[in-house]
Design a binder for this molecule. Structure first.
Ligand SMILES: [Fe+2]
Ligand SMILES: [Fe+2]
Length: 216
């Protein structure tokens, strides 16, 4: 069943990664990123009411929001590593599905909103190129995990390598990219609002797909 859910979810999420959704949204997000709080596409009321984690999203600047995501997912990888020997296959799959969902949303909001804004704001384009390549590698592992199940020979190894990949990527973002973006003239509050709105929208869509799979 977990496998069925993962396939369902993937059909509406990971395929929209990188160029497709990113490109289609990038013109709007790129043009807005220096401005204040243009809500843009992110203000569309997509997703179910269940997706609204709170009635009014907490105001958070872009870097605080992305850092919170990093910590959350890093904690989940640590939990998996700590407990994997004692977890049932279903519980393992549940944690991995949550990690994958969080990563898919996080990489998508960075690619659609944060990276295009950073590209306009900082000179170091190489850093952003590398970040997008790293996202691509992480997504490949995510896809393999979603295609597999905990009994597979390589399942635990894939989770571990994905965790190491993500931690390396986070170190680069937090150690190099974020400080540069912070020093730029970007409106971090406005950007944070766009990221939060889009994140809620995507989480709502994914939860809807997940629930749909459960009901089948
Ligand atoms: Fe990130
Ligand atoms: Fe990233």
């Amino acid at each position: 069943m977990a496998k069925t859910q993962s396939k369902r979810k993937r059909s509406g999420s990971s395929k929209s990664r990188s160029k497709s959704s990113g490109a289609s949204r990038s013109s709007s997000s790129r043009s807005s990123t220096r401005s204040t709080s243009r809500r843009g596409a992110s203000s569309r009321s997509g997703g179910s009411s269940r997706s609204r984690r709170s009635a009014s999203p907490r105001q958070q600047d872009a870097i605080a929001l992305l850092r919170a995501d990093h910590k959350n997912v890093s904690d989940m990888f640590d939990e998996f590593e700590r407990r994997k020997g004692r977890l049932s296959p279903d519980k393992k799959m549940e944690i991995v599905q949550t990690i994958c969902r969080e990563l898919e949303v996080h990489t998508q909001i960075e690619e659609e909103i944060f990276y295009p804004a950073a590209r306009e704001a900082v000179k170091e384009q190489d850093l952003l190129d590398e970040a997008e390549v790293e996202h691509g590698s992480a997504k490949e592992l995510i896809r393999q995990l979603q295609d597999g199940q905990p009994g597979d020979e390589m399942f635990d190894a894939r989770v571990k390598v994905l965790g190491e990949y993500v931690k390396h990527h986070v170190k680069e973002e937090q150690g190099k990219l974020f400080p540069m973006v912070k020093k730029s003239r970007l409106d971090m509050r406005g950007l944070g609002e766009q990221l939060m709105m889009r994140k809620q929208e995507l989480m709502g869509q994914m939860e809807g797909q997940f629930q749909g799979g459960m009901q089948e």
